[in-house]
Design a protein around this ligand. Structure first.
Ligand code: CS2
Length: 488
């Protein structure tokens, strides 16, 4: 079977062709972190916006560490299909990605692209750990060897913040005009966090003050909330895409029907007409962000750790366990909901019901260990904020604390209840192993892990109620397993 690419377009069934002519689309967006999520989310919205209202908003997708996506998409002229799995399955080829770049090998090209007047927007999905910040404080980790190398002028820059600052430096020198940097990662106030990190980096440079002053005038950092569940693509997904296309597609991505994007409308140099594609453009993203991070991602992480420990490979299998499903429902309604400021006219109960339905989607094979990754970078915004708010209100956030305890059990034992190994994939994995190596009891494991100040902050570990709730849950998980701990 031939491979997808521009030459295949005339042979594709009408309903699966891109909405725009990829050949006619100029690059105006540089996207850092072109993984599956970007391809199933922002790229799709952007293509629809261009189809509705025009504009040179083609995307140059940048990948950081591995050539994987380049090798998938370059031979396909940037084309790939999005396979949507819900009650029915549908597929369409996206034509928004017009160029690809491997940052580790093409540092100069990345810098020129960031300095080009035609580039007016940079978007990012580099995952939580890609920001190289302390999750508890939001500050740049200057002790990180890659960050230190980038500050010292190493080329090409190895970190995302280093790439951005070097690109902005070149843009200022070229007098190429204003630009917007739009974070699309699952972090609260992601725009403000990115801005803070860029300025932290500037502050470490000899000529950083002038650059920081130019950034204050010329660069905007809107926040955004992104939502679409995008599990890793499987061989079965690729086979299905090939069947529907009549061509092989090495870059296909699989996702659910639901999609949402709420963006703070503060762009220094224009933007695609995303509102034509259903994006919500608003003055304040914060309430949406908190809702999504605490309800969806907080539940997701809790489900992932409890599910993986109990031996469930996929989210939908874990949701079929009444104990785990009960914990998720209570976590949302009892612990998270009272902490939220719900946007006017928003039905938060319906939102929760919809989330539960999305988690049950049997057509999505979303692996629990995929979500379990990088827990130290995810817990603060997903569960610890909820816990801190409820404790301050005098309440006992039992279910959120059970989520934290499940993470502890996962990283402490690195195995499921049936003894099979679980991967602890985390930038702090070595620290986690060292901290818990000597723990013989649940209480010792809790005491050891709560010393991670960059995750738990300085105050929360000193709260006795928190410590007891987490310890009780970890004891229940240790003695009676997930079944005992989730008996409500
Ligand atoms: C998940 C998210 O992997 C994870 O940590 O919780 O990727 C989640 O699927 C998305 O945020 C949904 O929008």
């Amino acid at each position: 079977m031939a491979r997808l690419g521009l030459a295949a377009l005339p042979h594709l069934p009408e309903q699966v062709r891109p909405l725009v002519d990829p050949r006619a689309l100029r690059v105006g967006v540089v996207h850092l972190g072109i993984g599956a999520f970007h391809r199933a989310h922002q790229a799709v919205f952007t293509e629809e916006a261009v189809a509705a209202a025009g504009g040179g908003w083609g995307i140059c997708g940048v990948t950081q560490r591995s050539r994987g996506v380049i090798d998938q998409l370059r031979p396909q002229d940037g084309l790939y299909s999005v396979l949507v799995r819900g009650e029915e399955t549908s597929l369409r080829v996206t034509g928004a990605v017009r160029d690809l770049l491997f940052a580790a090998e093409e540092g100069e090209r990345l810098q020129s692209l960031l300095a080009a007047p035609t580039t007016r927007l940079v978007t990012l999905t580099v995952t939580e750990k890609g920001y190289r910040h302390d999750p508890a404080t939001g500050r740049l980790r200057r002790s990180d060897p890659d960050v230190a190398a980038d500050i010292a002028g190493g080329a090409p820059p190895r970190t995302v913040v280093g790439q951005l600052v070097r690109g902005l430096q070149a843009r200022r020198a070229a007098d190429a005009g204003p630009i917007t940097l739009l974070s699309c990662d699952n972090l609260p106030s992601n725009g403000a966090v990115l801005r803070g990190l860029v300025l932290d980096f500037c502050a470490a440079l000899a000529d950083g003050d002038a650059l920081a002053a130019w950034i204050a005038e010329s660069v905007s950092f809107p926040s955004s909330m992104v939502d679409r569940i995008v599990p890793a693509t499987t061989d079965a997904d690729r086979a299905e895409a090939a069947r529907l296309l009549g061509f092989t597609d090495h870059g296909t991505v699989v996702t659910e029907p639901f999609r949402q994007w709420v963006v703070e409308d503060r762009f220094a140099a224009g933007r695609p007409a995303w509102e034509r594609a259903g994006v919500v453009l608003t003055a304040d993203v914060a309430p949406y962000e908190a809702m999504k991070l605490r309800l969806l991602n907080g539940s997701h992480s809790t489900l992932a750790y409890l599910g993986a420990l109990a031996g469930y490979a996929h989210v939908a299998d874990a949701m079929a366990d009444p104990g785990i499903a009960g914990v998720v429902a209570h976590l949302m309604a009892d612990d998270v909901e009272p902490t939220l400021t719900v946007p006017d006219g928003f039905d938060v109960a319906a939102y929760q019901a919809e989330l539960i339905e999305r988690f049950h989607n049997p057509a999505l094979r979303h692996r629990t260990v995929q979500i379990a990754m990088d827990g130290t970078q995810k817990l603060p915004q997903r569960l610890l904020g909820t816990i801190a708010d409820r404790l301050a209100a005098g309440a006992e956030p039992r279910y959120a604390c059970l989520g934290v305890a499940a993470w502890m059990r996962y990283v402490w034992t690195a195995q499921a209840e049936d003894g099979s190994p679980l991967p602890v994939d985390d930038p702090l994995a070595d620290r986690l192993r060292r901290l818990t190596a000597g723990a013989a009891t649940a209480r010792e494991a809790v005491d050891a892990l709560l010393t991670l100040e960059e995750v738990f902050g300085a105050e929360l570990p000193g709260n006795g109620t928190f410590r007891e709730l987490v310890t009780d849950s970890l004891e229940a998980l240790t003695k009676g397993g997930v079944a005992a701990a989730t008996r409500i």
